[in-house]
Design a protein around this ligand. Structure first.
Ligand SMILES: [Zn+2]
Length: 237
């Protein structure tokens, strides 16, 4: 699939999942010196290949008829600072709610550690500004996601799929935090508990699909059942 179509498909998926609403939010994918990103003013649920613009790492338009997203600087800065392959920015409801209240989303569930640790909330700055881009870049240090105060969320990944998954995971964690907080003060995982999770995840190759061992007495079995057919890490317990 062409990079512009991949970005359009990711935008449509995130809109279907409720993370991108109307024209709010943007998605980009880097391929060497070329960055494909959603154009400004596009209804993301209906995003087409033609509504994705390709720019250089300096932000010059290389391909496409539409102006790139107003958060172009944010995307360019994040690529320059992190080496990510893809960036997703949303105004997802629970992520944005958390970003209006907290300075950091604490680790209350072990899956949170896929994002690299507590998710920082980047200080508020006007949308589309270099200041906002700089704040987000700083909040993303050693993380796969950040929140943006009174604004939304940013997720990155080594692939477009990963960035989308991380945005979905962050929204799930923000929802969890909200629901847990209604019951009382959520308990956070201690540093030791977090270290044990990482140790366990490395041992078990967490987050990847693995096949069951085929019975050695039955070598004719050439169609082993996948132990974990879902690749969505949110479904794995
Ligand atoms: Zn925004």
């Amino acid at each position: 699939m062409d990079n512009r179509e991949q970005v359009a498909a990711a935008a449509r998926r995130l809109a279907t999942e409720g993370l991108l609403v109307g024209t709010a939010g943007n998605v980009s994918l880097r391929d060497g010196d070329r960055i494909a990103l959603t154009a400004t003013g596009v209804v993301l649920r209906d995003c087409t290949e033609e509504q994705v613009t390709v720019v250089s790492t300096a932000g010059d338009v290389l391909e496409g008829d539409l102006q790139p997203t107003s958060e172009l600087d944010l995307h360019l800065d994040v690529y320059a600072a992190t080496g990510a392959a893809a960036v997703v920015h949303t105004h997802a409801p629970f992520s944005t709610a958390v970003a209006c209240v907290l300075d950091e989303l604490p680790v209350i569930h072990y899956q949170h550690l896929l994002l690299g640790g507590p998710v920082r909330v980047a200080p508020y700055a006007t949308f589309g500004t270099a200041q906002l881009a700089a704040n987000v870049r700083e909040a993303l240090a050693d993380r796969q996601a950040a929140l943006m105060a009174n604004h939304g969320s940013v997720a990155i990944g080594g692939s477009l799929e990963k960035a989308v998954e991380n945005a979905l995971l962050l929204e799930w964690l923000a929802t969890l935090h909200h629901r847990a907080s209604e019951l009382g003060a959520p308990k956070t995982l201690t540093d030791e508990e977090q270290a044990d999770v990482i140790h366990q995840a490395l041992q078990r190759n967490y987050g990847t699909t693995s096949r069951v061992n085929v019975d050695s007495n039955n070598p004719s079995s050439d169609n082993p059942t996948p132990h974990n057919p879902g690749s969505n890490n949110q479904e794995k317990s």
